[in-house]
Design a protein around this ligand. Structure first.
Ligand SMILES: C[S@@+](CC[C@H](N)C(=O)[O-])C[C@H]1O[C@@H](n2cnc3c(N)ncnc32)[C@H](O)[C@@H]1O
Length: 376
Protein backbone atom coordinates (compact mmCIF):
# COMPACT_ATOMS: atom_id res chain seq x y z
CA UNK A 1 0.00 0.00 0.00
CA UNK A 2 1.00 3.56 -0.66
CA UNK A 3 0.63 4.72 2.95
CA UNK A 4 1.46 7.92 4.81
CA UNK A 5 4.11 7.09 7.38
CA UNK A 6 4.79 3.53 6.15
CA UNK A 7 8.00 2.30 7.71
CA UNK A 8 8.80 -0.16 4.93
CA UNK A 9 11.99 1.75 4.08
CA UNK A 10 13.01 2.01 7.76
CA UNK A 11 12.82 -1.68 8.62
CA UNK A 12 16.61 -2.05 8.53
CA UNK A 13 16.94 0.83 11.02
CA UNK A 14 14.39 -0.75 13.36
CA UNK A 15 16.17 -4.09 13.14
CA UNK A 16 19.52 -2.41 13.78
CA UNK A 17 18.19 -0.64 16.87
CA UNK A 18 16.81 -3.90 18.27
CA UNK A 19 20.17 -5.55 17.62
CA UNK A 20 22.11 -2.68 19.32
CA UNK A 21 20.06 -3.31 22.46
CA UNK A 22 20.34 -7.12 22.20
CA UNK A 23 16.60 -7.61 21.73
CA UNK A 24 16.29 -10.88 19.86
CA UNK A 25 12.92 -12.40 20.67
CA UNK A 26 9.87 -12.54 22.90
CA UNK A 27 6.69 -10.55 22.39
CA UNK A 28 6.42 -7.55 20.07
CA UNK A 29 3.52 -5.09 19.91
CA UNK A 30 3.10 -2.90 16.80
CA UNK A 31 0.50 -0.54 18.31
CA UNK A 32 -0.12 1.73 15.28
CA UNK A 33 0.30 -0.92 12.62
CA UNK A 34 -0.98 0.71 9.38
CA UNK A 35 0.22 -1.54 6.55
CA UNK A 36 1.42 -4.13 9.12
CA UNK A 37 4.89 -3.94 7.64
CA UNK A 38 6.67 -3.74 11.01
CA UNK A 39 4.45 -6.50 12.41
CA UNK A 40 5.41 -8.75 9.48
CA UNK A 41 9.09 -8.03 10.04
CA UNK A 42 8.75 -8.89 13.74
CA UNK A 43 7.02 -12.18 12.91
CA UNK A 44 9.71 -13.14 10.39
CA UNK A 45 12.38 -12.25 12.98
CA UNK A 46 10.96 -14.71 15.52
CA UNK A 47 8.83 -12.50 17.79
CA UNK A 48 5.30 -13.33 18.93
CA UNK A 49 3.42 -10.39 17.52
CA UNK A 50 0.45 -8.30 18.56
CA UNK A 51 -0.65 -5.67 16.02
CA UNK A 52 -3.28 -2.99 16.30
CA UNK A 53 -4.78 0.02 14.53
CA UNK A 54 -8.00 2.04 14.63
CA UNK A 55 -8.70 1.38 10.94
CA UNK A 56 -10.49 -1.69 9.57
CA UNK A 57 -8.38 -1.89 6.39
CA UNK A 58 -5.27 -2.07 8.57
CA UNK A 59 -6.89 -4.77 10.71
CA UNK A 60 -7.53 -6.85 7.57
CA UNK A 61 -3.81 -6.59 6.69
CA UNK A 62 -2.73 -7.51 10.22
CA UNK A 63 -5.12 -10.46 10.41
CA UNK A 64 -3.98 -11.73 6.99
CA UNK A 65 -0.28 -11.53 7.85
CA UNK A 66 -0.47 -12.61 11.51
CA UNK A 67 -3.51 -14.80 12.09
CA UNK A 68 -2.64 -17.32 9.40
CA UNK A 69 -0.20 -20.22 9.48
CA UNK A 70 1.22 -20.26 5.97
CA UNK A 71 -1.18 -20.38 3.02
CA UNK A 72 -4.76 -21.33 3.89
CA UNK A 73 -6.25 -24.40 2.20
CA UNK A 74 -9.83 -23.06 1.77
CA UNK A 75 -11.04 -26.64 2.30
CA UNK A 76 -14.70 -25.91 3.06
CA UNK A 77 -14.98 -23.27 0.32
CA UNK A 78 -13.48 -25.58 -2.30
CA UNK A 79 -15.91 -28.33 -1.31
CA UNK A 80 -18.85 -25.92 -1.63
CA UNK A 81 -17.60 -24.26 -4.86
CA UNK A 82 -15.92 -27.06 -6.89
CA UNK A 83 -15.39 -24.67 -9.84
CA UNK A 84 -12.56 -23.06 -7.85
CA UNK A 85 -10.36 -26.13 -8.36
CA UNK A 86 -11.00 -26.01 -12.09
CA UNK A 87 -9.25 -22.63 -12.40
CA UNK A 88 -5.52 -22.52 -13.15
CA UNK A 89 -3.44 -21.16 -10.24
CA UNK A 90 -0.79 -19.42 -12.43
CA UNK A 91 1.54 -16.75 -11.08
CA UNK A 92 0.47 -13.27 -10.06
CA UNK A 93 1.97 -10.17 -8.41
CA UNK A 94 2.59 -10.55 -4.69
CA UNK A 95 2.91 -8.23 -1.69
CA UNK A 96 4.27 -8.52 1.84
CA UNK A 97 7.65 -9.40 3.34
CA UNK A 98 7.71 -13.21 3.55
CA UNK A 99 9.50 -15.23 0.85
CA UNK A 100 7.75 -15.51 -2.52
CA UNK A 101 4.70 -17.79 -2.54
CA UNK A 102 5.49 -21.30 -3.71
CA UNK A 103 3.28 -24.20 -4.75
CA UNK A 104 1.60 -24.12 -1.32
CA UNK A 105 -0.18 -20.89 -2.33
CA UNK A 106 -2.04 -22.84 -5.04
CA UNK A 107 -5.43 -22.92 -3.32
CA UNK A 108 -5.27 -19.19 -2.60
CA UNK A 109 -4.28 -18.27 -6.15
CA UNK A 110 -7.11 -20.46 -7.50
CA UNK A 111 -9.61 -18.66 -5.29
CA UNK A 112 -8.26 -15.29 -6.47
CA UNK A 113 -8.53 -16.38 -10.11
CA UNK A 114 -12.11 -17.56 -9.55
CA UNK A 115 -13.05 -14.23 -7.90
CA UNK A 116 -11.66 -12.28 -10.86
CA UNK A 117 -13.71 -14.39 -13.25
CA UNK A 118 -17.05 -13.46 -11.63
CA UNK A 119 -19.17 -11.01 -13.67
CA UNK A 120 -18.46 -7.38 -12.66
CA UNK A 121 -21.48 -5.55 -11.19
CA UNK A 122 -22.37 -1.86 -11.08
CA UNK A 123 -23.91 -1.63 -7.57
CA UNK A 124 -23.82 0.90 -4.69
CA UNK A 125 -20.01 1.02 -4.35
CA UNK A 126 -19.62 1.47 -8.08
CA UNK A 127 -22.18 4.29 -8.19
CA UNK A 128 -20.73 6.08 -5.14
CA UNK A 129 -17.03 6.01 -5.99
CA UNK A 130 -16.29 4.91 -9.53
CA UNK A 131 -15.96 6.29 -13.05
CA UNK A 132 -19.38 6.21 -14.72
CA UNK A 133 -21.20 5.97 -11.35
CA UNK A 134 -24.19 8.17 -10.55
CA UNK A 135 -22.27 10.25 -7.92
CA UNK A 136 -19.72 11.38 -10.52
CA UNK A 137 -16.68 10.46 -8.40
CA UNK A 138 -13.82 8.67 -10.12
CA UNK A 139 -11.64 7.04 -7.44
CA UNK A 140 -11.45 3.94 -9.66
CA UNK A 141 -11.83 3.11 -13.32
CA UNK A 142 -15.17 1.64 -14.31
CA UNK A 143 -14.01 -2.00 -14.65
CA UNK A 144 -12.06 -1.86 -11.36
CA UNK A 145 -15.05 -0.55 -9.39
CA UNK A 146 -17.41 -3.13 -10.86
CA UNK A 147 -15.00 -6.01 -10.09
CA UNK A 148 -14.59 -4.74 -6.54
CA UNK A 149 -18.37 -4.69 -6.08
CA UNK A 150 -18.67 -8.35 -7.08
CA UNK A 151 -15.61 -9.61 -5.19
CA UNK A 152 -16.45 -7.82 -1.93
CA UNK A 153 -20.08 -9.00 -2.03
CA UNK A 154 -18.83 -12.53 -2.68
CA UNK A 155 -16.47 -12.44 0.33
CA UNK A 156 -19.43 -11.64 2.60
CA UNK A 157 -21.58 -14.31 0.98
CA UNK A 158 -18.79 -16.88 1.46
CA UNK A 159 -18.25 -16.03 5.14
CA UNK A 160 -19.88 -19.24 6.49
CA UNK A 161 -17.43 -21.28 4.37
CA UNK A 162 -14.28 -19.35 5.28
CA UNK A 163 -12.15 -19.33 8.41
CA UNK A 164 -11.47 -15.84 9.80
CA UNK A 165 -7.90 -16.04 8.49
CA UNK A 166 -9.08 -17.03 4.99
CA UNK A 167 -11.55 -14.15 4.91
CA UNK A 168 -8.85 -11.71 6.06
CA UNK A 169 -6.40 -12.94 3.39
CA UNK A 170 -8.94 -12.39 0.59
CA UNK A 171 -9.95 -9.00 1.96
CA UNK A 172 -6.32 -7.90 2.31
CA UNK A 173 -5.72 -8.97 -1.28
CA UNK A 174 -8.69 -6.87 -2.47
CA UNK A 175 -7.62 -3.81 -0.42
CA UNK A 176 -4.03 -3.95 -1.67
CA UNK A 177 -5.22 -4.39 -5.27
CA UNK A 178 -7.70 -1.52 -5.07
CA UNK A 179 -5.07 0.79 -3.57
CA UNK A 180 -2.67 -0.01 -6.42
CA UNK A 181 -5.38 0.71 -8.98
CA UNK A 182 -6.73 3.87 -7.29
CA UNK A 183 -7.20 6.92 -9.49
CA UNK A 184 -5.76 9.36 -6.94
CA UNK A 185 -2.59 11.42 -6.53
CA UNK A 186 -1.93 9.30 -3.41
CA UNK A 187 -4.53 9.51 -0.63
CA UNK A 188 -8.33 9.49 -0.89
CA UNK A 189 -8.87 13.18 -0.01
CA UNK A 190 -9.51 13.69 -3.73
CA UNK A 191 -9.73 11.73 -6.98
CA UNK A 192 -8.34 12.60 -10.39
CA UNK A 193 -10.86 13.80 -12.97
CA UNK A 194 -9.28 11.86 -15.82
CA UNK A 195 -8.55 8.18 -15.21
CA UNK A 196 -4.76 7.84 -15.18
CA UNK A 197 -2.91 5.07 -17.00
CA UNK A 198 -1.98 3.02 -13.92
CA UNK A 199 -5.65 3.03 -12.79
CA UNK A 200 -6.75 1.51 -16.12
CA UNK A 201 -4.76 -1.69 -15.70
CA UNK A 202 -6.54 -5.04 -15.64
CA UNK A 203 -8.08 -6.10 -12.32
CA UNK A 204 -5.61 -8.72 -11.05
CA UNK A 205 -5.82 -9.62 -7.36
CA UNK A 206 -2.45 -9.49 -5.59
CA UNK A 207 -1.39 -12.48 -3.49
CA UNK A 208 -0.05 -11.77 0.01
CA UNK A 209 3.26 -13.43 0.91
CA UNK A 210 2.30 -15.29 4.08
CA UNK A 211 4.59 -16.59 6.78
CA UNK A 212 4.32 -19.67 8.96
CA UNK A 213 6.78 -18.39 11.58
CA UNK A 214 5.76 -18.80 15.22
CA UNK A 215 2.23 -19.03 16.59
CA UNK A 216 -0.17 -17.11 18.79
CA UNK A 217 0.10 -13.81 16.89
CA UNK A 218 -2.88 -11.47 17.38
CA UNK A 219 -4.52 -8.56 15.53
CA UNK A 220 -6.65 -5.87 17.20
CA UNK A 221 -8.70 -2.84 16.16
CA UNK A 222 -8.67 -0.72 19.31
CA UNK A 223 -7.53 2.65 20.52
CA UNK A 224 -3.82 2.22 21.25
CA UNK A 225 -4.10 3.35 24.88
CA UNK A 226 -6.89 0.85 25.54
CA UNK A 227 -4.87 -2.03 24.08
CA UNK A 228 -1.77 -1.10 26.09
CA UNK A 229 -3.88 -1.19 29.26
CA UNK A 230 -5.30 -4.58 28.23
CA UNK A 231 -1.81 -5.98 27.60
CA UNK A 232 -0.54 -4.55 30.92
CA UNK A 233 -3.22 -6.58 32.67
CA UNK A 234 -1.70 -9.74 31.08
CA UNK A 235 1.74 -8.98 32.55
CA UNK A 236 5.07 -7.60 31.33
CA UNK A 237 5.76 -7.87 27.59
CA UNK A 238 8.99 -7.40 25.64
CA UNK A 239 8.91 -4.85 22.80
CA UNK A 240 6.45 -2.00 22.19
CA UNK A 241 6.81 -0.21 18.85
CA UNK A 242 5.03 3.15 18.64
CA UNK A 243 4.52 4.83 15.27
CA UNK A 244 1.55 7.16 15.76
CA UNK A 245 0.43 9.79 13.25
CA UNK A 246 2.68 12.83 13.51
CA UNK A 247 0.57 15.57 11.93
CA UNK A 248 -3.04 16.73 11.69
CA UNK A 249 -3.95 14.45 8.77
CA UNK A 250 -6.47 11.97 10.11
CA UNK A 251 -6.11 8.52 8.57
CA UNK A 252 -9.85 7.81 8.58
CA UNK A 253 -10.37 10.76 6.21
CA UNK A 254 -7.35 10.12 4.02
CA UNK A 255 -8.15 6.42 3.52
CA UNK A 256 -11.96 6.53 3.78
CA UNK A 257 -12.57 4.56 0.58
CA UNK A 258 -10.35 1.68 1.74
CA UNK A 259 -12.19 1.75 5.07
CA UNK A 260 -15.49 1.37 3.23
CA UNK A 261 -14.12 -1.57 1.24
CA UNK A 262 -12.96 -3.18 4.48
CA UNK A 263 -16.23 -2.61 6.37
CA UNK A 264 -18.57 -2.89 3.34
CA UNK A 265 -21.15 -0.82 5.16
CA UNK A 266 -22.32 1.67 2.52
CA UNK A 267 -25.92 0.88 3.45
CA UNK A 268 -25.36 2.37 6.90
CA UNK A 269 -24.23 5.94 6.06
CA UNK A 270 -24.67 8.73 3.54
CA UNK A 271 -21.35 9.58 1.82
CA UNK A 272 -20.70 13.28 2.38
CA UNK A 273 -19.64 16.04 0.01
CA UNK A 274 -17.61 16.03 -3.14
CA UNK A 275 -15.26 13.30 -1.92
CA UNK A 276 -17.93 10.98 -0.45
CA UNK A 277 -16.50 10.94 3.09
CA UNK A 278 -17.78 8.43 5.61
CA UNK A 279 -18.50 9.46 9.21
CA UNK A 280 -15.36 8.95 11.26
CA UNK A 281 -15.90 10.61 14.64
CA UNK A 282 -15.08 7.35 16.48
CA UNK A 283 -11.85 6.95 14.49
CA UNK A 284 -10.41 10.44 15.09
CA UNK A 285 -6.92 10.16 16.48
CA UNK A 286 -5.80 12.36 19.37
CA UNK A 287 -2.28 12.09 17.94
CA UNK A 288 -3.52 14.32 15.09
CA UNK A 289 -4.41 17.19 17.44
CA UNK A 290 -1.79 19.67 18.68
CA UNK A 291 -3.85 20.20 21.84
CA UNK A 292 -4.18 16.50 22.67
CA UNK A 293 -1.04 14.81 21.37
CA UNK A 294 1.13 15.19 24.51
CA UNK A 295 -1.61 13.70 26.68
CA UNK A 296 -2.21 10.88 24.17
CA UNK A 297 1.49 9.95 24.16
CA UNK A 298 1.74 10.22 27.96
CA UNK A 299 -1.27 7.94 28.45
CA UNK A 300 0.21 5.18 26.30
CA UNK A 301 3.63 5.45 27.93
CA UNK A 302 2.25 5.50 31.47
CA UNK A 303 0.18 2.35 30.91
CA UNK A 304 2.91 0.47 29.00
CA UNK A 305 4.47 -2.51 30.78
CA UNK A 306 7.19 -3.42 28.27
CA UNK A 307 10.92 -4.05 28.72
CA UNK A 308 11.81 -2.17 25.54
CA UNK A 309 9.99 0.71 23.82
CA UNK A 310 10.82 2.00 20.33
CA UNK A 311 9.23 5.20 19.05
CA UNK A 312 9.16 6.53 15.48
CA UNK A 313 8.42 10.21 15.06
CA UNK A 314 9.88 13.15 13.15
CA UNK A 315 10.96 16.75 13.47
CA UNK A 316 7.74 18.07 11.92
CA UNK A 317 5.46 16.29 14.40
CA UNK A 318 2.73 18.02 16.39
CA UNK A 319 4.65 17.05 19.53
CA UNK A 320 7.93 18.95 19.74
CA UNK A 321 11.09 16.85 19.81
CA UNK A 322 12.06 18.17 23.27
CA UNK A 323 8.67 17.26 24.69
CA UNK A 324 8.87 13.74 23.29
CA UNK A 325 12.40 13.31 24.66
CA UNK A 326 11.19 14.53 28.07
CA UNK A 327 8.33 12.00 28.10
CA UNK A 328 10.66 9.15 27.16
CA UNK A 329 13.33 10.21 29.66
CA UNK A 330 10.70 10.15 32.40
CA UNK A 331 9.54 6.68 31.26
CA UNK A 332 13.13 5.39 31.26
CA UNK A 333 13.47 6.37 34.94
CA UNK A 334 17.24 6.06 34.80
CA UNK A 335 17.24 3.11 32.39
CA UNK A 336 18.71 2.96 28.88
CA UNK A 337 17.85 5.68 26.36
CA UNK A 338 18.90 6.18 22.76
CA UNK A 339 17.80 9.12 20.63
CA UNK A 340 18.62 8.19 17.07
CA UNK A 341 17.99 10.57 14.17
CA UNK A 342 18.09 9.64 10.51
CA UNK A 343 17.40 11.49 7.29
CA UNK A 344 14.23 10.31 5.59
CA UNK A 345 12.53 11.42 2.43
CA UNK A 346 9.27 13.30 2.95
CA UNK A 347 6.01 11.59 2.09
CA UNK A 348 4.56 13.77 -0.66
CA UNK A 349 0.82 13.49 -0.92
CA UNK A 350 0.72 16.19 -3.58
CA UNK A 351 3.24 18.03 -5.67
CA UNK A 352 4.27 21.53 -4.63
CA UNK A 353 1.88 24.03 -6.08
CA UNK A 354 -0.50 26.79 -5.30
CA UNK A 355 -1.54 26.50 -1.67
CA UNK A 356 1.01 23.79 -0.86
CA UNK A 357 4.70 24.50 -0.55
CA UNK A 358 6.85 21.92 1.16
CA UNK A 359 9.87 23.31 2.98
CA UNK A 360 12.31 20.88 1.40
CA UNK A 361 12.76 17.20 0.72
CA UNK A 362 14.40 16.17 3.95
CA UNK A 363 12.53 15.41 7.13
CA UNK A 364 14.53 14.22 10.11
CA UNK A 365 13.02 10.94 11.16
CA UNK A 366 13.49 9.88 14.80
CA UNK A 367 13.84 6.39 16.17
CA UNK A 368 13.98 6.56 19.95
CA UNK A 369 14.60 3.72 22.42
CA UNK A 370 13.77 3.27 26.10
CA UNK A 371 15.03 0.16 27.87
CA UNK A 372 15.87 -1.35 31.21
CA UNK A 373 18.81 -0.31 33.40
CA UNK A 374 22.05 -2.13 32.59
CA UNK A 375 22.09 -5.47 34.38
CA UNK A 376 18.36 -5.29 35.20
C1 LIG B 1 2.30 6.48 10.90
S1 LIG B 1 0.97 5.37 10.65
C2 LIG B 1 1.70 3.82 11.00
C3 LIG B 1 2.43 3.26 9.81
C4 LIG B 1 2.94 1.84 10.01
N1 LIG B 1 4.02 1.77 10.96
C5 LIG B 1 3.36 1.27 8.67
O1 LIG B 1 4.57 0.99 8.49
O2 LIG B 1 2.52 1.12 7.80
C6 LIG B 1 -0.03 5.65 12.05
C7 LIG B 1 -1.21 4.69 12.22
O3 LIG B 1 -1.79 4.92 13.50
C8 LIG B 1 -3.18 4.66 13.42
N2 LIG B 1 -3.78 5.33 14.60
C9 LIG B 1 -3.95 6.65 14.82
N3 LIG B 1 -4.41 6.88 16.05
C10 LIG B 1 -4.53 5.67 16.65
C11 LIG B 1 -4.94 5.25 17.95
N4 LIG B 1 -5.32 6.13 18.88
N5 LIG B 1 -4.92 3.93 18.23
C12 LIG B 1 -4.56 3.02 17.29
N6 LIG B 1 -4.15 3.37 16.04
C13 LIG B 1 -4.13 4.67 15.73
C14 LIG B 1 -3.56 5.22 12.06
O4 LIG B 1 -4.76 4.65 11.60
C15 LIG B 1 -2.33 4.84 11.22
O5 LIG B 1 -2.52 3.63 10.54
Amino acid sequence: MNYIGSKFSLLAEIRAMLARHHVTGGSFCDLFSGTATVAQMARLDGFTVVANDLQAYSHAMQAAFLETQGYPAFERLRREVPAIDASEPGTRPAFGLAPAPGADAGALTRVLRYLESLPPREGPFFHTYCEGGSAGRSYFARHVGAHCETVRDQLDAWKPWLTEGEHAVLLASLIETMDLLANTASVYGAYLKQVKKSAKQPFVLRVPRLSSAGAGHRAFMLDGAALVRQLAAEGVHDVLYLDPPYNHRQYHANYHVLETIARWDLASFVPKGKTGLRPGADQRSRFCSRREVAKAFAEVLEAARFRHILVSYNNEGLLAEDDLRALLTAKAAGGALEFHTLPYKRFRADADGEGRQYKGDEVREFLFYVGPKAGA
